[in-house]
Ligand binder design. Structure first.
Ligand SMILES: C[S@@+](CC[C@H](N)C(=O)[O-])C[C@H]1O[C@@H](n2cnc3c(N)ncnc32)[C@H](O)[C@@H]1O
Length: 365
């Protein structure tokens, strides 16, 4: 990506896809969190000016609209913190957000400073007060790969009910990884120097796979995040620009994020490309998930074994790209109907054939 120096800039289709995921997820996150918590936080760590050239919304406006337009009655206190280091963009953002009529339970804070410094300051204050961070969704969307230390992500995720959505600037990292002046920053971002092993790798696919795997592993093991999912963004010159990484410790969060990502990429490949995106072309066929792929995954894992529905669904959610809505009717139902049947089902309570409730045990024959 060419370096952007202007206050606002034009939007790429894959940025709109990222915003689609953000909005869809917030629509699901807000009522769940507001129902159970007196106070929730939305932190936009790299907020930008709130608007793109041509008037399209930036992430702060998207988040505010998600709150204001929500059908549920969001009664809890919602604190929205917008951090933007660039003074002109910060001023532009404030003007833009001031146009919204904000209800009393919503508090907006603007901070013109660096994300890492701001969060470090917040944690220092909370430590002094012996308090934790309220349940928070933290959007970390930098232009580059600096200023997002893994130690800080760990610190965020140590707090209950906190989640992160991170733009991992793959293309830039891949391009500059050999430059030893940037190694300290890379070590800070990854929380390890394991990425050094790919410097000599010539195969671009292997480089991408390894860098993605190392960052994912660091989020899981370094930052201690239970569930991590990513989504690939391909730019107009057909290069992988970045991965969006989502991290949560809550299975419902994972479910809702997968739903949001599937909505943007109905093929289930978890990617969006500016090259193939054509909003003017009518969609002739509804794209369906690749059910035979999921069936193969389940057979590989469970053939000859019995498994409870809860365990099966957990496996699908956490270990495959598929969703909890993808397996009962489309796979188990068909396998039960097959002649001869491909599964045997035992349940404690009475059930109709083709329905699979949580007390059922499925034997893959
Ligand atoms: C990719 S843009 C954000 C776009 C915005 N999240 C959106 O989706 O509309 C990154 C923004 O972060 C700002 N920025 C750069 N370094 C920063 C830092 N260390 N802390 C906070 N903001 C920073 C830049 O000025 C820029 O506006």
């Amino acid at each position: 990506m060419a370096k952007i120096t202007s206050t606002i800039w034009s939007i790429d289709p894959h940025t709109e896809a990222k915003h689609g995921i953000l909005r869809k997820y917030l629509d699901a996150w807000l009522p769940i969190m507001a129902r159970w918590n007196g106070r929730i936080l939305y932190i936009d760590g790299f907020a930008g000016p709130g608007e793109y050239m041509g008037g399209k919304d930036g992430s702060p406006s998207i988040a505010i609209k998600a709150v204001l337009e929500h059908k549920a009655n969001l009664k809890s206190e919602i604190i929205m913190i917008f951090i933007e280091a660039n003074k002109e963009r910060y001023e532009y953002l404030k003007q833009k957000i001031n146009l919204f009529k904000i209800p009393r339970n919503i508090q907006i804070e603007y901070i013109c400073a660096k994300f890492a410094d701001t969060l470090t300051g917040i944690f220092k204050y909370l430590d002094e007060q012996r308090k934790g961070l309220s349940p928070a969704f933290v959007f970390i969307d930098p232009f580059g790969f600096t200023g997002i230390p893994m130690t800080l992500i760990k610190r965020i995720m140590e707090n209950a009910k906190c989640e992160v959505l991170i733009t991992f600037m793959y293309e830039e990292i891949n391009r500059f990884i050999g430059d030893n002046k940037l190694w300290d920053s890379l070590i800070e971002t990854f929380g390890t120097d394991k990425w050094k092993q790919i410097i000599s790798e010539k195969d671009p696919r292997k480089r991408m796979k390894s860098l993605h795997a190392i960052y994912k592993e660091q989020l899981e093991c370094g930052a201690g995040i239970k569930f991590v999912r990513s989504f690939k963004m391909v730019n107009k010159v057909n290069k992988t620009d970045y991965f969006l990484f989502f991290g949560t410790n809550n299975i419902i969060g994972l479910k809702k994020m997968k739903e949001a990502m599937w909505r943007i990429d109905k093929s289930g490949l978890f990617q969006f490309s500016d090259v193939t995106d054509n909003p003017n072309q009518p969609v002739l066929f509804d794209m369906l998930p690749n059910y035979s792929q999921l069936k193969n995954i389940l057979l590989q894992k469970f053939k000859g074994k019995s498994v409870g529905i809860t365990e099966l669904e957990n496996f699908i959610l956490t270990q495959t790209p598929f969703r909890e809505t993808h397996y009962k009717k489309q796979i188990l139902g068909e396998m039960e109907k097959a002649q001869p049947p491909e599964i045997k089902v035992k349940c404690q309570t009475k059930r109709r054939k083709g329905t699979f409730i949580s007390d059922c045990i499925v034997e893959f024959l």
